[in-house]
Design a protein around this ligand. Structure first.
Ligand code: SF4
Ligand code: SF4
Length: 312
């Protein structure tokens, strides 16, 4: 059955498939609340096309990454593949529960998801047990956790997204990878256009991230008018990516950041272009540690930037 699952998942767009016995998970892991009989966790990982990052890297178009690499993967391709794998498992007489990240539901009362409009998120849904996606992928042998919390894979570095199937079928697990990719270089921290990553712990401040993912850094936003954020005293700090925001201030800034249309299903366009992941990818590529190679390096030229003088 394992071979058939891998074949079907890959035929439906998954690039990596990993298996973990439920015994690898802590007793209070959400997987046991979702399905107490879980015996095996299966992770399907999908590459985010390297080409999808190009237009933000070049500052040319912004719709493509969020539509193709976030919305289309999360809402269409990944659920489709996961349901087909679950169908296959159930055809063997076992129960299979597909698990995709619901981008709009959060257990925390005051959390946010930078990839979505902050006011499209339902918060405080404490009965909602959502898997810990990165940790579960690590336990399935897909990759390791990088300093800034991204899942790093041997093949694609941080350019992957994951979903899962929980099943009561007992399937042989894959080995958990010994961490070897992240060397603590902190290129991810330096790359962030909004100083959202703590340089000591690597923790991402989600509200800070949301503000700058959504385009508050004017030096990296071709659509921002010169008089943007006129109502904010510290407008130049905001535009330079140097403002420290509270959740309340973050909401206000994002309400004033509609210079570009949102994507469907509440997703927003990424203006930082996930530079934390991109600079990590470039670093791993330069070191030659990624197994999926390309004919040319990802980064073709120096990063572009507007001047803060343009906004004075
Ligand atoms: S950029 Fe460096 S420190 Fe950050 S996750 Fe990648 S390898 Fe680790
Ligand atoms: S680079 Fe973008 S996605 Fe990464 S932490 Fe900063 S704002 Fe968030």
């Amino acid at each position: 059955m394992k071979e058939q699952i891998i074949r079907l998942a890959k035929a439906n767009g998954a690039d990596l498939v990993g298996f973990a016995p439920a015994s690898r998970f802590e007793k209070d892991d959400p997987i046991f609340k979702i399905y107490p009989e879980t015996k095996t966790v299966i992770c399907l990982a999908f590459r985010v096309l390297r080409g999808n990052y190009r237009s933000i890297e070049e500052g040319t178009t912004y719709y493509q990454y969020s539509t193709m690499a976030v919305e289309n993967l999360e809402e269409t391709i990944m659920p489709g593949a996961t349901v087909r794998v679950a169908n296959l498992i159930e055809s063997f007489g076992y129960t299979a529960i597909p698990q995709r990240r619901n981008q709009a539901i959060m257990q925390e009362e005051d959390g946010t998801n930078p990839e979505m409009l902050y006011n499209a998120i339902y918060r405080g849904k404490t009965a909602e047990n959502t898997m810990n996606y990165t940790e579960s992928a690590v336990l399935c042998g897909i990759g390791e956790r990088g300093f800034h919390g991204a899942l790093l894979t041997d093949e694609f570095g941080p350019m992957v997204r994951v979903c899962f199937v929980l099943t009561d079928a007992e399937i042989e697990g894959d080995a958990v990878k010994e961490p070897h990719l992240c060397d603590g270089c902190k290129a991810c921290v330096r790359a962030c256009t909004g100083h959202a990553i703590d340089e000591v712990t690597g923790k991402v401040d989600d509200w800070q991230c949301a503000v700058y993912y959504n385009g508050a850094n004017g030096l990296r936003n071709p659509f921002m008018p010169p008089d943007a954020y006129a109502e904010f005293e510290n407008r130049l700090e905001i535009i330079a990516g140097e403002a420290k925001v509270s959740p309340e201030l973050a909401r206000k800034i994002m309400d004033a950041t509609f210079f570009y249309p949102p994507i469907h299903h509440g997703y927003t366009a990424s203006f930082c272009g996930r530079l934390c992941d991109i600079d990590c990818y470039c670093h791993l590529e330069e070191k030659g540690v990624l197994t999926k190679s390309f004919h040319t390096p990802f980064r073709k030229r120096e990063k572009w930037s507007y001047s803060i003088e343009d906004f004075k």
